[in-house]
Structure formats: C-alpha cells, structure tokens
Write a protein that binds this ligand. Structure first.
Ligand code: GLY
Length: 366
C-alpha cells in the first residue's frame, strides 16, 4: 500500500462507498445504472497489475479499487488502472515500451467490455498510440462497431484526438529486439525449417538467459472488477507475443478469447499463449461456466482443461504429452468471488479488496 493511500484511507473509502455515501459518476454523462444488487467489491488482474506505478504512487489494482469504490464508472475505473501499465516502459508486455514484432515495430491489441451497458470495443495491430485500451473504449462509445484494426484503427485514434507517435519502443524493448535479431540466423528467413520455431526458440533462450521476463514474452495485462453494486467490467491490453509476425493478432482484442464480461454473471480474461484462446474462445467458455453455477476456480479450470484437450500438435507438447506453453485466467463473478488459475504451476496474480492489494498464488491444472 502506498504512502499517499494507506490502508485506513482504503477502508474508509470502501466503507463510504458501500454505505452509498459516494455519488456515482456515470461514463460520458450517461445516467448511472439502476442498482439492483450488492457484491463484495474486488479487482483481479495479472501480476503486473500490482507491480508498476508509472509516475504515480499506486498500482493498477489499487487505482481501480479506489476509483470504483469512489463512484467512478466501473469500466472507466478499470481503464484508469491498466493505463498505468500501458504508460510505464518498465512493463514491456503492454503499451509504450512493449516488446515489438519481428520487424521491430510495437503493435498493440486491446479490448474492453462494460457489463451494465452491455457494450464492448477493441483495437488490433494498432501502432503509435500508447494507450490502446482507451482507443478500444472510444470504439465502444463512438462507433457502432466492436473492432478496428491496423492503420485504420490508428486513423480512427487520430480522429478521436489521440497523440500518434512514430515509435513506441523504449530503449529496453529496442535493445531486446536487437538481441533477438542477433540470435536468429537471418539467412534462414525463410529457411527449410519452420522459421517461426527458430524465432520462438531464440525468444525462449532469452527468457532462460534472464533477458526477458517470462510474463512479458506473451505480454498482456488483464484486469476485471466488480463494484459494491455488482457492476462488472474488464479490459485486456497487450503488445502481444514478442517478435510476432507483423500483423499477427492475439486473443486480447477478440471478445470471448482474451476477455469476456457478462454484466449479470461475471468476467474472465487471460494472459499467455493467445492462440490457445483464439482456438477455444476460452474466456467466453469460463463465463458460461459461471453462468451454469460453477465457482470461479472450477469455471477457470474447465477452461484450462478444454485448452489441454485441444492441444494435440507435437510441437506444442512436452515430453509428458502436456501443453508446453502457459495460459492463465483471472475470473470474478457478480457476487465478488474470484480466482486465478494457470495451466502450468507457479506464479501469483494480483487482487485488491477492502483489505488492500495483495499477490495470491494461482491454482494450477498441471
Ligand atoms: N495473450 C497475448 C497474446 O497472445 O498476444
């Protein structure tokens, strides 16, 4: 907990909010949703949601909790949080300073979903804007569409008043890309072997050498929240797979793959190998499992089992015949129960409740 927002303030804020003392502010001036139920307010995110502060005092999950219990619209609260990671070059998995594609260009994907409004917006392959999550929100609010991509997404962002920059690399992300170029054999592009595989193995080698945080290789922050009125929202934003083939879109901007929110039921989002979620639409599956009455842990585990069962290509399996990659889900239901589940063991995710922020161990399938 930061100096400027200590636990006492935290509890005070929460108590005031749950007593209805805070005046709800609505998104873009719209009337606040009618309050029909109550929940234990909670924010869950990937671990990077409790690591980076950008220029401020508090992290993503603390910001979201503070905002939503103070009456800010539930999705605006989530975006105020993930924006910290997008702007912080220390998080090389998201936004500015994200690890670039194979050509050295930072291409960003993001989606957001607003439970009470039943609306969503996404962008994919967006270049030049540090905060793709906010462009996704503009798609949601200002258009009849759910997904804009590539140069046209950038043109939309420019028209919406976002600053467009030539290059979103930080010194760190540029140096890591140069190192990757040095490690692969350019004469083998394209070669007889699978060129993706050479790039992938070089990337994994850099993870093993401690040059890339394993959490940043596939990138991404997912953050989901439920407020004291049971309102849900979520966002997934990422620079995607490091050194990806230019134009590759992962799961993060695809509704149902890297994020799904049902305002009546719950929210789920993911980090890790996006292709597994694109194939299985796993975030949607997890929320549907919640709808059928499963706990967040059971719902997430079922999603992981589906990924495991559908992974049969030898290149994606280890010596035990299990997936050799990782995927994780962050799940919250409308009552405020939550879970973080991971295909492979280890690691922690971030949670913020009225007791403050903390890291919690994942429950692992394998
Ligand atoms: N899950 C992030 C990606 O695969 O792009």
């Amino acid at each position: 907990m930061s100096r400027s927002f200590d636990r006492r303030d935290f509890v005070k804020t929460t108590a005031a909010a749950s007593l209805g003392l805070a005046l709800p502010r609505s998104a873009h001036g719209r009337a606040p949703a009618v309050i029909t139920r109550s929940a234990r307010p909670v924010v869950v995110s990937s671990g990077n949601g409790y690591r980076y502060r950008h220029d401020g005092e508090i992290t993503c999950v603390e910001t979201v909790f503070q905002e939503m219990t103070g009456g800010t619209d539930i999705l605006d609260s989530v975006l105020a949080g993930v924006k910290i990671n997008e702007l912080d070059p220390g998080d090389s998995s998201v936004g500015y300073g994200g690890l670039p594609n194979g050509d050295g260009v930072v291409q960003l994907d993001a989606s957001c979903m607003h439970g009470p409004m039943k609306r969503a917006g996404s962008v994919a392959c967006l270049e030049g804007v540090r905060t793709p999550s906010l462009v996704a929100r503009a798609v949601m609010h200002e258009t009849d569409h759910h997904l804009l991509v590539g140069p046209d997404a950038q043109r939309f962002a420019r028209n919406m008043g976002f600053e467009i920059e030539d290059d979103l690399n930080s010194d760190h992300s540029r140096q890591r890309w140069l190192e990757w170029r040095r490690r692969i054999d350019p004469s083998r592009w394209p070669g007889e072997d699978d060129p993706d595989r050479i790039g992938y193995l070089s990337g994994m080698e850099m993870v093993a050498d401690g040059l890339i945080d394993p959490e940043h290789y596939w990138g991404t922050i997912n953050c989901n929240a439920v407020n004291q009125d049971g309102e849900l929202a979520g966002c997934t934003t990422t620079s995607g797979l490091a050194w990806k083939i230019p134009g590759r879109v992962g799961d993060s901007p695809i509704l149902g793959a890297g994020l799904y929110v049902d305002g009546e039921v719950g929210a789920a989002g993911s980090t890790g190998r996006g292709e597994a979620n694109l194939f299985n639409l796993t975030s949607y599956l997890v929320v549907e499992n919640l709808r059928r009455g499963m706990s967040p842990t059971d719902a997430g585990m079922e999603g992981l089992r589906r990924i495991r069962d559908n992974t049969i290509e030898p290149r994606l399996l280890n010596d035990e015949g299990e997936p050799n990659f990782n995927v994780r889900f962050y799940v919250v239901n409308a009552a405020g129960d939550y879970a973080g589940v991971t295909l492979r063991g280890g690691g922690q995710y971030a949670v913020c409740t009225e007791n403050g922020p903390e890291f919690v161990d994942f429950e692992a399938l394998l």
